[in-house]
Design a protein around this ligand. Structure first.
Ligand code: GLC
Length: 799
């Protein structure tokens, strides 16, 4: 592989001095003596877009990543110049462009450097393909660290890594595998408590080097297309991520059942097996909301068909499963079997919907069904057709969710494991080769699936999961980390990958719990599930040829422990749903790595085992066999050990007991955690009362609790309920206030308020400003709980 440094001596070209610049409303255009144009557009007070072209002409401006409805607008833009620079000032930062070579530097309003070009923009002609390799290099600062980039299976902090983005089917990948299923060309830099983001919106193969080749240089480049990137300023990582998700979009709320526990295997068939698995869950009182049908439900792996021998009456089966609380999710792959007696194939052929090679013939490749053709999902007409194919599966048969796989796209038995690069794509009117369309193929498939499922499942919400994706794909689908292995290292990887996806705008993510390839021990399975219940998507999946992975397979102890944890997930559903709501509204990641949670504390910059689930619960998985505990970092602030209510002060590493039935969990002081009763599936029971766990704090803390009907779209007509709890703790007093908005009225009428850590004996109680007795509130001394109306506005407990 040629390195960047070598390339510098091998025909790299650079912009020369500035001839002129002009600016209109929101952009400034620079032209250099050698014809390079830089267009700089201010999109938000903290976001600016850079586009470079080497011959003065820009390509048509088109992006699959950018959300059409993303918020625009800024408050201030000032353009000035001095002898050496053109200086652009917004409300949040200063950008300087050098007259000499149009190198760019970004500064805070106080003049502190955020990030400065090193060589800046440069390029090299691509003799093989034509066009240019477009490159950018930036000086990195002392102590700078890097985060993001999607699903990469490597250290959480990317400093020292060189990675490329080219969606690849990597069965049983390993730590440091460079190319995986997704392409998310977005990262965040952090130094001196300043954070910024770079989103390189280029769908060709892209490369990122974080101080790997040269200790003080970060660079990114692409095998073609435009140098087109967005700079986003923090200074908080949360500002960066919110702005990035504003730009590339957020998903809609999933149906709540999609946050329940899911069981999958390659493959459950025939019908009797599916039923047997489902009944076993109910028999053992092990909560579960979804069961998956992998490729064997189809007739010879033909998408949108059924093997009638295994599944004689799918509609009846799906209905019966649903009566028992199980939602059926079915897999759909992109490869369409070449078969003139197969209607999907025939329709696509007649309408010319399949991808073609550059010189005419259809793109042919082997996947599960044997030789296949592949729909061109970058053609809007094809997407429309494909979404219509879900009519029967979703609308008639009643399947509730769709699982899109092999959409990197994966092709078997060929070098490169994908399409040849000459394959043509419509790219929504910007015709191009597979070099440009490869990384968004899976995303466009998932998009079209989302549209179909949404249409035929309406007025219920759609659920989609995809393996391949690109930035912005979070608008349509959830995702998982692909074909991992049942090893301890992969448990570690799953933890890092899901946190990384959350930091890359794709929070709705999970791993194959227990490992896809190979067989976990009961201990590994237990530890993995203890982690998995904190992942936004929670599914056990495995390749059946390696043995069983149902929770009862590993014996009584494992069954008991894993059930306890899945029950905990069901209790925490309202809390997780609230975190999801925050993600949908504000782009807040559902899991918060410690560096995101407290970037000012440099101790967090290299931590990756611990994370915050939602915004109040600290979790740290056990990732080794045969241990009774582990050391972990407790972030600054005070935390209650979930298991014994012991209060500890963070900002330090500690040894925490964790025998097999314990995963370290801590609750932030001052938190109010809503909890549902254990249910076997979402909405199994009518909720009569729910728990609110209050963790005392000396001082103030706010907590949110979002609810709606758990499915459907009424929440968009204000039929939701958002409760904000304000806790004020004093030495001998607790004041709890509630503010509620929205028109949804939950079916229960009371909360059971459970008090943790109250340092005084409650002597007097004021409820809605009137003194009442503890008996009035059905105080239970053993539990330290009381019953209050769900719409209470104020409660004072006085010692
Ligand atoms: C791929 C998927 C896996 C699935 C299998 C069969 O390997 O990643 O999850 O079970 O294909 O469809």
């Amino acid at each position: 592989m040629i390195t960047n440094t070598e390339l510098e001596h091998k025909g790299n070209l650079y912009p020369t001095g500035l001839i002129s610049y002009e600016h209109d409303q929101d952009s400034i255009n620079f032209i250099t003596k050698n014809g390079v144009r830089l267009q700089l557009t201010i999109l938000r007070d903290n976001m600016i877009r850079f586009r470079y072209t080497t011959n003065g002409i820009f390509e048509d401006d088109f992006s699959y990543a950018v959300d059409e409805d993303h918020p625009h607008g800024f408050n201030q833009l000032k353009v000035e110049e001095d002898q050496t620079h053109i200086i652009i000032t917004t409300e949040k930062f200063i950008c300087k462009v050098a007259r000499d070579d149009i190198r760019v530097g970004m500064y805070t309003l106080e003049g502190k450097p955020i990030v400065e070009d090193e060589l800046g923009f440069h390029w090299e002609e691509s003799f093989e393909f034509g066009g240019n390799f477009v490159k950018m290099s930036k000086a990195s600062r002392d102590q700078e660290n890097f985060f993001g980039l999607g699903d990469k299976p490597t250290n959480f902090n990317l400093k020292g890594k060189r990675l490329s983005l080219w969606n690849t089917d990597q069965y049983a990948y390993g730590k440091d595998t460079v190319e995986l299923y997704k392409a998310v060309p977005f990262y965040m830099g952090l130094h001196n408590n300043l954070s910024y983001g770079i989103f390189f919106d280029n769908t060709f193969k892209t490369h990122f080097d974080f101080c790997h080749e040269r200790r003080n240089v970060t660079s990114f480049w692409a095998d073609g297309g435009e140098m087109n990137y967005y700079f986003i300023y923090g200074p908080q990582m949360s500002d960066v991520l919110t702005t990035y998700t504003d730009l590339t979009g957020k998903p809609e709320l999933p149906p709540m059942w999609a946050l329940g526990f899911h069981q999958c295997k390659w493959s459950y068939y025939p019908e009797s097996k599916v039923k047997e698995i489902a009944s076993k869950f109910r028999e053992l009182n092990f909560p579960c909301d979804a069961i998956y049908l992998d490729i064997d439900y189809m007739d010879g792996f033909r998408c949108f068909t059924w093997n009638k021998e295994y599944f004689p009456d799918p509609k009846r089966m799906v209905k019966e499963l649903e009566e028992d609380g199980f939602k059926t999710v079915a897999i759909i792959d992109p490869g369409i079997k070449i078969d003139l007696n197969y209607s999907v194939f025939k329709e696509a052929l007649e309408n010319d919907y399949f991808c073609r090679r550059a010189d005419g013939p259809y793109m042919r490749g082997k996947v599960w069904p044997g030789e296949c053709y592949f729909p061109d999902f970058t053609n809007p007409e094809v997407r429309e057709w494909w979404s219509g194919l879900y009519r029967e599966l979703i609308g008639d048969i009643g399947v509730k969710g769709i699982w899109n796989d092999m959409n990197e796209p994966a092709v078997m038995e060929v070098p490169g494991k994908t399409f040849p690069l000459d394959v043509r794509h419509e790219y929504d009117g910007n015709r191009c080769s597979h070099r440009k369309a490869h990384n968004i193929y899976g995303m466009q498939m998932a998009r079209s699936t989302y549209e179909g499922v949404k249409k035929f499942n309406f007025p219920k919400r759609p659920f989609i999961i995809t393996r391949a994706n690109y930035s912005g794909g979070q608008r349509y689908t959830s995702t998982w980390t692909g074909d991992n292995i049942a090893t301890w290292e992969h448990l570690w990887l799953a933890n890092v990958q899901i946190q990384r996806l959350c930091m890359s705008g794709m929070s709705f993510a999970g791993s194959d719990i227990g490992g896809f390839a190979e067989q976990p021990s009961g201990e590994l399975y237990t530890r993995w599930l203890q982690l998995g219940i904190f992942h936004p998507f929670c599914r056990v999946h495995s390749s059946g040829d390696h043995g069983e992975q149902e929770p009862w397979f590993f014996g009584e102890e494992v069954l008991e422990i894993t059930r306890k944890y899945v029950e905990l997930r069901y209790q925490l559903l309202p809390y997780l749903y609230t975190a999801f709501y925050k993600y949908v509204q504000e782009g807040m990641p559902i899991l918060k790595p410690l560096v995101y949670f407290d970037q000012e504390d440099v101790q967090t910059h290299y931590r990756s085992d611990e994370f915050i689930f939602g915004n109040k619960i600290l979790v740290c998985p056990v990732q080794e066999p045969n241990v009774q505990g582990r050391r972990m970092y407790i972030p600054r602030g005070k935390w209650y050990n979930f298991w014994n209510d012991k209060l500890i002060t963070g900002g330090r590493e500690m040894y925490i007991d964790a025998p097999l039935d314990i995963i370290p969990i801590f609750i932030k002081e001052g938190a109010l955690i809503p909890k549902y009763p254990v249910q076997q599936y979402v909405d199994e029971k009518k909720l009569e009362q729910i728990n609110l766990d209050l963790y005392y704090k000396l001082g103030k803390e706010t907590s949110d609790f979002y609810e709606d009907a758990h499915d459907g779209y009424e929440y968009r007509q204000n039929v939701y309920s958002l409760r904000t709890f304000k806790l004020t703790g004093k030495e001998d007093e607790v004041i709890l206030q509630q503010h509620k908005s929205g028109k949804y009225s939950a079916p229960y009428s009371t909360f059971k308020l459970k008090l943790h850590g109250i340092p005084f004996e409650i002597k007097r109680v004021f409820y809605e400003n009137e003194e009442v007795t503890l008996e009035d509130l059905q105080y239970n001394a053993e539990e330290n709980s009381m019953i209050i109306d769900k719409d209470f506005s104020e409660l004072h407990l006085v010692g």
